[in-house]
Design a protein around this ligand. Structure first.
Ligand code: SAM
Length: 255
């Protein structure tokens, strides 16, 4: 059952706990104790590009450094200083339809893919947070991926059904939100046995998708409760140390 179907339980509590104050409190906990009940692992590790705190940015830069990637696409960028400018790649392109976003292409990702034929070594999907759109972003990105390339996705591991609610804003406020993005990832976990798909347990769940092979997921992926019941198997959830072990050599060599 999704949060909306359940009658939006605990709305006032969640708006307070995951509003600006709660977010600041958790950021402090994360920095001080390297612990955050929702975010996932926030400890430092020796990534390919150096020792840094685990995050979506660390995972992206690790894959770029290890594989010698040259071309990066970010779907959904908002402010470049938050992530895009931290990405250590020779050629970078960003796409975001918001007129206020600092994007190279101010377009929805569907239009960008329809109008351009660029190819990429690495794509980061963090745009529209609905399952259908994330599935389309994944399929379109796979078609534009160079051999040995990888797709990474944000917000794949929502910790509660509040975080996995359908819409961001509640009465003009914007408490922490992962949306239903995980459902787009789950759709390919069910359909595609020619891919390898994993989620790293840091920064709200960082998905990894590349050519490979997987046993298709057989369970239900309709609602948040399906995810909560079988999270590890549905997502193929791995820890940061497991990520570093699995992705310690270039992808083509890893097979
Ligand atoms: C969570 S923000 C991205 C944050 C950024 N990747 C970062 O890590 O700092 C999501 C962005 O996706 C954009 N967005 C929404 N729909 C989109 C679409 N169809 N295509 C591309 N971007 C979209 C929004 O305008 C918003 O700026």
């Amino acid at each position: 059952m999704d949060w909306e179907e359940a009658g939006k339980p605990g709305e006032a509590f969640w708006c307070l706990a995951e509003g600006r104050f709660g977010q600041r409190l958790r950021r402090g906990l994360r920095q001080g104790l390297r612990w955050d009940p929702f975010y996932g692992d926030a400890k430092s590790y020796a990534f390919a590009h150096g020792r840094v705190t685990a995050s979506r940015i660390a995972i992206v830069n690790h894959m770029i450094q290890l594989n010698g990637y040259k071309n990066y696409l970010e779907i959904g960028v908002r402010r470049k200083s938050k992530m895009f400018e931290e990405i250590r790649c020779e050629h970078r392109i960003s796409v975001d339809p918001d007129p206020a976003a600092e994007a190279d292409y101010r377009l929805p990702s569907d239009d960008y893919f329809a109008q351009n034929e660029h190819r990429f070594d690495i794509v980061f999907i963090d745009g529209n947070h609905t399952g259908d759109q994330v599935e389309r972003d994944l399929v379109n990105s796979l078609e534009r991926l160079n051999p040995g390339g990888v797709i990474l996705l944000h917000d794949m591991n929502p910790p509660t059904r509040f975080h996995a609610r359908a819409t961001y804003e509640i009465d003009g406020r914007q408490p922490s939100w992962n949306g239903t993005s995980w459902k787009g990832y789950a759709a390919l976990r069910k359909k595609r046995d020619d891919l390898t798909m994993r989620v790293v347990d840091t920064d709200w769940g960082v998905g990894i998708v590349h050519q490979g092979n997987q046993e298709r997921y057989q369970g239900a992926c309709e609602s948040y409760l399906d995810l909560a019941r079988d999270r590890k198997a549905l997502l193929n959830l791995i820890s940061v140390p497991e990520f570093l072990q699995l992705y310690g050599v270039p992808l083509a060599k890893a097979g």
